[in-house]
Design a protein. Structure first.
Length: 382
């Protein structure tokens, strides 16, 4: 484990002097700690060997990121690891995503273990993927497991590159990788409390206010204690309180999730959140739904716009058939959201040029536009 500046300086020099792509992985403590920060970073590169870096002891890895600028980074499911790597100063300029490559190549199972086994014939050690990576010191079996995640990643990359080239899909993959590498950080989610599990049961605005107040209280506590919000209070308990609207602590304590293990002080803080929601004027209560962005749910199209529903049905059928012919997932050929948007508000004059412009505006890559445009022109024209 590299956990001090002197060791990190040596590792940076070693990896800068290495050759070829660098395999990169990160481990988080999801379900244990607040947020999605990295608690271990694994790297491997020809000429440098493998390294395990502790971002707790070395929180700024921007020097390592700069040393590897211009080098191709090989990650598996890159979009999962890039946010936590960005937080510690590691941002790739070029990358190869082995999971996405597997999808484009038509592999039915694209988890790292399944890919390594199917493509390279090795079986990776399993069993530590869901452990608490914030544990210190990390047990040696965990470190061995983490190192294996990058041990064969470059070999897997090389084999997948050959397979994509054989299928005529390598240029498609490179466009996808470039799009991931150049994508800006995602915008903060608006009203994240609305993603509370079980929200479909909460119908009234006053109840929504209870969910919001309790979610925000829980989030502040979880952040202060650096624990997963679910360890502070479950989503189920929040929804139970919202539906019941308890007027005092004894009524709250009788609900699921607020049992005998919860102390009086904790109960009072949750009751205070309920009371704040109960006392809000009508004008400050949250709306039942977020403002609609984009088309309505497809199930409503037949009533709202039958012609749009017919366009969507034809487009979906065409895209599905094309994806099957190309042996890749439909959502990788073109996102369902893009198809919905084009079908809901098609160009005034439907032709190849206008459909290409619409797809470009929704962020489709050139290879997707070339393949999907004829299908959508046919569906929109019909």
């Amino acid at each position: 484990m590299i956990a001090d500046e002197a060791s990190l300086t040596e590792a940076v020099a070693a990896f800068a002097a290495g050759t070829g792509p660098v395999a990169v992985d990160a481990e988080r403590a999801s379900g244990y700690r607040y947020g999605q920060r990295a608690y271990l970073v694994q790297l491997r590169r020809e000429g440098a060997g493998s390294a395990l870096i502790d971002p707790v002891g070395c929180p700024d890895l921007s020097g390592l990121g700069e040393a590897l600028s211009g080098v191709e980074w090989v990650l598996h499911a890159a979009t999962q690891d890039l946010p936590c790597l960005r937080e510690i100063g590691m941002v790739p300029t070029r990358l190869f995503d082995t999971e996405l490559a597997g999808r484009l190549a038509g592999f039915p199972r694209v988890g790292l273990g399944a890919m390594v086994e199917n493509v390279l014939g090795f079986v990776l050690e399993k069993g530590h993927s869901a452990v608490d990576w914030s544990t210190r010191p990390l047990p040696e079996p965990w470190l061995r497991y983490a190192t294996l995640d990058v041990e064969l990643l470059v070999d897997l990359r090389d084999a997948l590159e050959k397979e994509l080239d054989r299928q005529g899909k390598l240029e498609w993959a490179q466009q996808e990788f470039d799009a991931i590498a150049s994508a800006p950080p995602p915008e903060p989610r608006k009203d994240p409390w609305r993603r509370t599990s079980g929200m479909h049961k909460v119908r009234r605005r006053r109840q929504l206010a209870v969910v919001r107040e309790m979610w925000q209280t829980r989030d502040r506590i979880a952040q202060r204690r650096d624990v997963s919000p679910g360890k502070v209070l479950s989503d189920t308990a929040i929804v139970e309180a919202a539906l019941a609207l308890p007027g005092q602590v004894h009524a709250l304590a009788a609900l699921n999730g607020f049992g005998h293990r919860m102390g009086r002080r904790q109960l009072e803080q949750w009751q205070a959140a309920v009371d704040r929601a109960r006392s809000l004027p009508e004008s400050e209560l949250p709306q039942q739904g977020q403002p609609a962005l984009g088309p309505p749910p497809p199930r409503a199209w037949a009533d709202k716009d039958p012609a749009a529903a017919q366009r969507l049905s034809a487009a979906r059928a065409g895209v599905t058939a094309l994806a099957e012919r190309l042996n890749l997932p439909q959502e990788n050929l073109v996102t369902p959201d893009t198809v919905r948007r084009v079908c809901w508000e098609p160009p005034k004059a439907v032709d190849a040029e206008s459909v290409r412009a619409a797809l470009t505006g929704y962020g489709a890559r050139p290879w997707q536009i070339e393949l999907v445009t004829p299908v959508l022109v046919g569906a929109l024209s019909a």
